[in-house]
Every structure is written in structure tokens, then in C-alpha cells.
Design a protein around this ligand. Structure first.
Ligand SMILES: [Zn+2]
Length: 371
């Protein structure tokens, strides 16, 4: 049986590299558009004395248009880890004779040590889940062998987030258009309270309850949160703010002068402050069913739990009295009787807890008296 011969195209290394990579003695020249990971690859494969040099694809003087000549090389610590070089040139036009360094706009921003790929990792991870800057720095170290301070990760994230978010917004707007999602006018509003480093904050959110799109979402300090803020927040949530993201409208009107979105119903919890605000907005007010259920159930739960505890205690007493009346001492409960053993453990625990608290109180009292 002869092996099947499959016709293949022969791809030579020369074909892949010919326009981008040149070898010369102990130097590897890469053109300015070759990705940084290729430079990393050569650095790893070649002996230490080989220099990796980025050069211009078309060395022409940006000032006068004359040809440039190789002049010297400038060291660059890519990601503060890999030493590569940038070719510097001198203009052949004697009346210009300026010096030009190879820029790498595809790989790195001006005056930056870290490449664009490394700088965007923080935002990409944040897109999946909230991870601390420290963990992000740790991951970059593990995955790429790059030492980076958590403050640097934070800085990269902050300068890129605006751009990153607007790209995301663009994508979302496109999806909304494609899927023909329309605003229903039925809005759900709620707040959540939390603290960061001991400082209290409030997050207010309004969503379209039909398609679950967020209309407005804001985090403010607890002391700034009042009825007045809720009114402003709700009013802005109902304004059509598309003019602000439309580049063809250079100076959009103040948000309060813009048109309202479709107004129908506002769903909130039972907090009374909402009532006059929603009336002012000319909307129907509906109390959230979930909050309503919770409000009705809480007092019932409290009472039933209390009664349940009382019932358990009385049952125990009855059992002990029954045993005593039969002439038995309340003794050890058989292992098989799991229900009663569980109950016994619970009462013993409760007793110990009460005793300890009592002792602690007494001790405290004594100490106070001594003082
Ligand atoms: Zn020139």
C-alpha cells in the first residue's frame, strides 16, 4: 500500500519573513510593524550577543522627504524586560540633516515602557469580572514574566477605560439597533447601600423592566443622597440623551431641555419620598411586587419564629414531666433517637451560651466596681 500523496504548497521561511525580517551578522532587523511577540521570539531563540533592532519600513525624512541613512541604535527595554533596539537615522539632505528615530506606533504609545497589549490587559480582565489591581499584576507576571506595579496597572486601566467603554457602548448600541429593542417606558428604580474603605456610598439604578437595559446608574456618597438627588436622577433617567453620544451634534442642549423618553410606569419599593417625585414626572407609580411580598412577610416570619421557639421549649418540658411521672429520671437519650438528641444538643448549647454571658456580665460588673 502506497502512502497517499497530498499536493501541498511549500511555504519557505524566506517567504514569511522576507519583507519584515533581515539578518546581518549579529543583528536581526525587524520592520516597525512587526508585532512585539516576534521580537520576543527572536530574543529567546538567538544567543545573547545578537541584537534585535527595529527599523523603519521606508526610511524617508519626515521633515524634508529626503532619504535617511542608518546612524546609530538606541536601546529600549520593552516592557522593562526585553532589551531591543530602535534604529536612528540621519537625513542625507545636508541643509536638513535631522536625526529620526524609528517609532513603533503599532506596538507602543509614545514615552511608554509597556506595550499596548500589556496596557489593555487590566480592562479586558475587568470586562469579565472585578479583579484587584494586585491580582492583575500577579497574572501579568505569571503569564508574561513582566514585573509591573499594581499602581501602573491601575494607571493603564484609568487612561484606557474611557476609550474602552465608548467602544463597548458603540457595540451595545449596534446590538440594540439590530435587535430592534425599543424603550418600554416601564422603569424599575432601586438603591443599594455599601461602603468602600469605611466610607458609605449609595448606588442608584434605573432599568427598563421589559428588556433589562440600564437607563441610568450612579454611585454617590451617602451624605449626598436625599430626595432632591432622587428627583434629579429620575428626571435625567427619562431624558433622551442620544444627542450626547452623537458626534454630528456638536453642542447638545442641556439634558433638562432635551425630549423625554416614553413615560409610562415607575416601579419602586414602598419608600414614601418617591410618591410626589413620580407624580411630578406624570407617571403611574407601582410598588415593586417583590418588595411588597417582603414587607408583608417579615412581621409574619418574626411571629412564627418566636412561636416555634416557645413550642419547642414547652414540648421539652412536657417530655421531662412525663418521664418523671413514670418514675424515670431524665436520662441519656438513645443514639437512634436523632431528633431528640439534636434538640438536646441545641438546648445545652443555649444554656452554655447564657451562662457564659451571665458570667461575663458579672465579671464586667466586678471590674467596673473595682475601678
Ligand atoms: Zn530631512
Amino acid at each position: 500500500m502506497s502512502p497517499k500523496i497530498v499536493p501541498t504548497d511549500i511555504i519557505s521561511a524566506e517567504l514569511v519573513f522576507k519583507d519584515y525580517v533581515a539578518f546581518n551578522e549579529n543583528k536581526v532587523y525587524l520592520t516597525e510593524d512587526v508585532p512585539d511577540y516576534v521580537a520576543e521570539f527572536f530574543k529567546e531563540m538567538m544567543p545573547d550577543f545578537v541584537l534585535i533592532i527595529y527599523e523603519m519600513f521606508n526610511p524617508v525624512c519626515p521633515h524634508c522627504g529626503a532619504k535617511l541613512h542608518r546612524h546609530e541604535i538606541k536601546e529600549w527595554e520593552m516592557n522593562k524586560k526585553t532589551t531591543v533596539y530602535k534604529q536612528r537615522y540621519k537625513c542625507t539632505n545636508k541643509s536638513c540633516s535631522k536625526t529620526v528615530t524609528t517609532e513603533l506606533p503599532h506596538i507602543v504609545d509614545k514615552h511608554c515602557n509597556y506595550t499596548k497589549d500589556i496596557k489593555k490587559i487590566g480592562n479586558e480582565l475587568e470586562d469579565l469580572e472585578h479583579i484587584s489591581y494586585e491580582k492583575k499584576a500577579e497574572l501579568i507576571k505569571k503569564r508574561y514574566g513582566i514585573k509591573i506595579q499594581r499602581q501602573t496597572v491601575q494607571y493603564h486601566e484609568s487612561i484606557n477605560s474611557e476609550q474602552y467603554l465608548s467602544k463597548k457602548e458603540e457595540k451595545i448600541t449596534q446590538i440594540i439597533k439590530e435587535r430592534n429593542i425599543e424603550f418600554s417606558g416601564i422603569i424599575g428604580y432601586d438603591e443599594s447601600f455599601f461602603s468602600i474603605n469605611g466610607e458609605k456610598y449609595v448606588r442608584t439604578t434605573s432599568i427598563d423592566t421589559q428588556n433589562h437595559m440600564i437607563l441610568n446608574d450612579q454611585i454617590i456618597k451617602y451624605e449626598d443622597f436625599d430626595k432632591h438627588f432622587i428627583e434629579i436622577f429620575m428626571t435625567y433617567s427619562l431624558k433622551d440623551l442620544t444627542a450626547y453620544s452623537n458626534p454630528y451634534i456638536p453642542n447638545p442642549k442641556h439634558p433638562l431641555l432635551l425630549n423625554d423618553l416614553k413615560k409610562d410606569t415607575m416601579i419602586t419599593d414602598g419608600y414614601t419620598a418617591y410618591v410626589p417625585i413620580i407624580e411630578k414626572l406624570h407617571m403611574t407609580h407601582q410598588k415593586c411586587v417583590f418588595h411588597k411580598i417582603m414587607n408583608q412577610r417579615t412581621p409574619v416570619w418574626k411571629t412564627t419564629n418566636k412561636l416555634q421557639r416557645q413550642l419547642e421549649k414547652t414540648e421539652e418540658k412536657i417530655q421531662q414531666l412525663e418521664k418523671l411521672s413514670k418514675g424515670q429520671k431524665p436520662g441519656r437519650i438513645p443514639v437512634k433517637d436523632k431528633k431528640r438528641r439534636k434538640k438536646q444538643r441545641k438546648t445545652q448549647k443555649e444554656k452554655t451560651r447564657k451562662n457564659t454571658t451571665k458570667k461575663r456580665h458579672q465579671k464586667n460588673k466586678q471590674t467596673t466596681e473595682r475601678i
